[in-house]
Design a protein around this ligand. Sequence first.
Ligand code: NAD
Ligand code: UDP
Ligand code: UDP
Length: 366
Amino acid sequence: SMNEAIIDFSIAATHGGSILLSEVNYLNSKPLDRKRILITGGAGFVGSHLTDKLMMDGHEVTVVDNFFTGRKRNVEHWIGHENFELINHDVVEPLYIEVDQIYHLASPASPPNYMYNPIKTLKTNTIGTLNMLGLAKRVGARLLLASTSEVYGDPEVHPQNEEYWGHVNPIGPRACYDEGKRVAETMCYAYMKQEGVEVRVARIFNTFGSRMHMNDGRVVSNFILQALQGEPLTVYGSGSQTRAFQYVSDLVNGLVLLMNSNISSPVNLGNPEEHTILEFARLIKSLVVSQSQIQFLPEAQDDPQRRRPDIRKAKMMLGWEPVVPLEEGLNKTIQYFSRELEHQANNQYIPKPKAARMKKGRPRHN
Ligand code: NAD
Ligand code: UDP
Ligand code: UDP
């Protein structure tokens, strides 16, 4: 029976550890607690960890993903479970299903991915969000938007609190994402005020962990893959720009707390421990025990220079704060990427991390 089933460790272990199906909660006896939950972008990095948590809690989870940056592999351990559904669908197209809660995560998230096809990124964040709000309105569901610290742009206020309006270049290379998320937030509050839709807005700061795509191109995955392969760690600019990184399990706990809270205004979710990018390069090099050099490349355009979340609101109103220490999260992520490298070697294909630059040529933006 399902209770006895154990997920194939050799598969599950390569991307995020093993799950004992016998540990999955059953909420049948408490029908009021059991929800029908839609996760858009649920086959991606954050979405798949959120899927695990909500499935383990005993809910019915529908993942909608167009597999642009997500992978079936990230959720394959749930395929066949009676509470799980995976739909290959693009949120730019309308979607008619019945649900109680919507975690709206569908959007490319790493700079190389969202810059690859800026028009598509805009459509996903605008039309895609409009469709999910239309769905929420029709079925009376609550919608949580995965917004971002990028709404603060290259901030002139430090650390960034939720009152800050931001400093965003509307026509720069990051605008398709930054402005897309800003208008997505605007749409949430328009639907709340005009139509009474219940909304939650999480402003997510830099997050890392297992199931990040090897081609993702964000700094943690780039540095770890470079260090593991003895290649130079590519620092864009002087490396004096700062970021603060949270481990994915902390974020997922925060998202679920926020969804089930009564806070409709935006809430920052991030780890306030701030480091320069050069410090990250050195730390990752030492944790991997790598001989790699550090290579300085030209700085990325409009790169935010300082970023650190002010999380007093989340602490006070959700009782939430990150608990996974940076080194512990990094070590887990290093383990994950070394297994991914083995997996790829067995498949004779090792993708190289991409640089955060615009691609030449014209991708289609269907
Ligand atoms: P990811 O790229 O791993 O996941 C995004 C998922 O959305 C992928 O599975 C992708 O295939 C899917 N998707 C993209 N466009 C879609 C479309 N049109 N229709 C359906 N599915 C689509 O990235 P992630 O890091 O897991 O990010 C998840 C969400 O969190 C995103 O909305 C992102 O903006 C937000 N966020 C993430 C971070 C972070 O550091 N990871 C920081 C701030 C905000
Ligand atoms: N929508 C959807 N699923 C639904 C309801 C609506 O995808 O269950 C889409 C619909 O196609 C529309 C958008 O959400 O484009 C906004 O819906 P709303 O009802 O607010 O606007 P209207 O349809 O009146 O323009
Ligand atoms: N970065 C870097 N080398 C890389 C990738 C990124 O130096 O290989 C820098 C990037 O310029 C930025 C920071 O690391 O200052 C974080 O970049 P990332 O793409 O991870 O996320 P962002 O916070 O910019 O969205």
